[in-house]
Design a protein around this ligand. Structure first.
Ligand SMILES: [Zn+2]
Length: 84
C-alpha cells in the first residue's frame, strides 16, 4: 500500500486502521513471547537428562558413542581423500 492510499484509508476507515495497527503490535509481542518460551524449552532439553534420553531413544540425537564413531569416520574419509 503506498503512502497516499494509506492516508486515504486512514481517513475513511480510521477504526479499522487503528485496530489493524493494534493487532500488528499484539502479533509482534506474541511472536517475541513464543520465541523466548521456545528458546527456554530448547535450552532445558539440551541440559535435562530425561529429555536427552528421550531424544536419543527416538533417534533424534546421537549418543556420545555414535557421535565419536561418526567423527572418526569423517576423519578417516578425509584422510583417504587426501591420500588419493
Ligand atoms: Zn526435561
Amino acid at each position: 500500500m503506498d503512502d497516499g492510499t494509506q492516508e486515504h484509508i486512514q481517513e475513511v476507515m480510521p477504526r479499522e486502521m487503528g485496530e489493524l495497527i493494534e493487532f500488528h503490535e499484539m502479533a509482534y509481542k506474541l511472536t517475541g513471547k513464543v520465541y523466548r518460551r521456545t528458546r527456554k524449552i530448547k535450552q532445558h532439553m539440551m541440559t535435562c537428562e530425561t529429555c536427552l534420553n528421550r531424544q536419543v531413544k527416538l533417534g533424534l540425537l546421537l549418543t556420545i558413542e555414535e557421535f565419536y564413531e561418526q567423527a572418526q569416520q569423517d576423519h578417516f574419509s578425509k584422510l583417504r581423500y587426501m591420500v588419493n
